[in-house]
Design a binder for this molecule. Structure first.
Ligand SMILES: O=P(O)(O)OC[C@H]1O[C@H](OP(=O)(O)OP(=O)(O)O)[C@H](O)[C@@H]1O
Ligand SMILES: Nc1ncnc2[nH]cnc12
Length: 179
């Protein structure tokens, strides 16, 4: 059993070389999710980092498909906030805002429901990994299109060499670990 969050992230995130394409080292959080203590420590760590950056009055947590759903929902419960899914194109049934973006191994479109965030809502965005920053920058733009502003962006892991942090507001970004 991991003794603390640092040990959990060190021992329970698996690195897979050349996946999903040659040259990419994929940081796989599934062993962390499967470990009860690792999962608890990570959710608590994200919630307290989000609270530290954004303050305690958070109305909505936006989780990014797919792995941001897993971490974002328990973080929303811990903070007493609602949960809003940011989904890949074509998955949400009602009216949406959409933004196209590039990521480490491709490009995509991300959407949220137009009525999921109210103007003035304080929003915390949660995902598992920051790589190039394309995904989080696109979600920040979606939140602005809805008339609100993301108060903090928090992730489990940052891949520092890809420079994603430079695409975000450094005062509103937090990570539990940097590679
Ligand atoms: O900083 P970026 O370069 O934008 O990359 C980070 C994003 O890439 C991964 O998601 P992916 O699109 O692979 O989707 P998945 O969670 O559905 O596997 C990861 O979960 C982040 O959302
Ligand atoms: N190297 C990586 N590992 C896990 N998720 C990612 N998303 C983008 N790049 C990634």
């Amino acid at each position: 059993m991991p003794r603390d969050l640092d040990e959990a992230l060190e021992s329970l995130v698996r690195s897979i070389p050349d996946w999903p394409s040659p040259g990419v080292t994929f940081r796989d959080v599934t062993p962390l999710l499967a470990d009860p203590e690792g999962l608890r420590l990570t959710v608590e760590g994200l919630a307290s980092l989000g609270r530290e950056i954004a303050g305690s009055d958070i109305d909505k947590v936006v989780g990014i498909e797919a792995r941001g759903f897993i971490f974002g929902t328990p973080v929303a419960v811990a903070l007493g906030a609602g949960f809003v899914p940011a989904r890949k194109a074509g998955k949400l049934p009602a009216e949406t805002f959409g933004v196209d973006y590039d990521l480490e191994y491709g490009s995509a479109t991300i959407e949220i429901h137009r009525d999921a965030i109210e103007p003035g809502d304080r929003v915390l965005v949660v995902d598992d990994v920051l790589a190039t920053g394309g995904t989080l920058a696109a979600v920040d733009e979606l939140i602005e299109r809805a008339g609100a502003k993301s108060a903090a962006n928090v992730v489990v892991l940052e891949i520092g060499a890809l420079g994603g942090r430079a695409r975000l507001d450094p005062d509103r970004f937090g990570t539990l670990r940097t590679y």
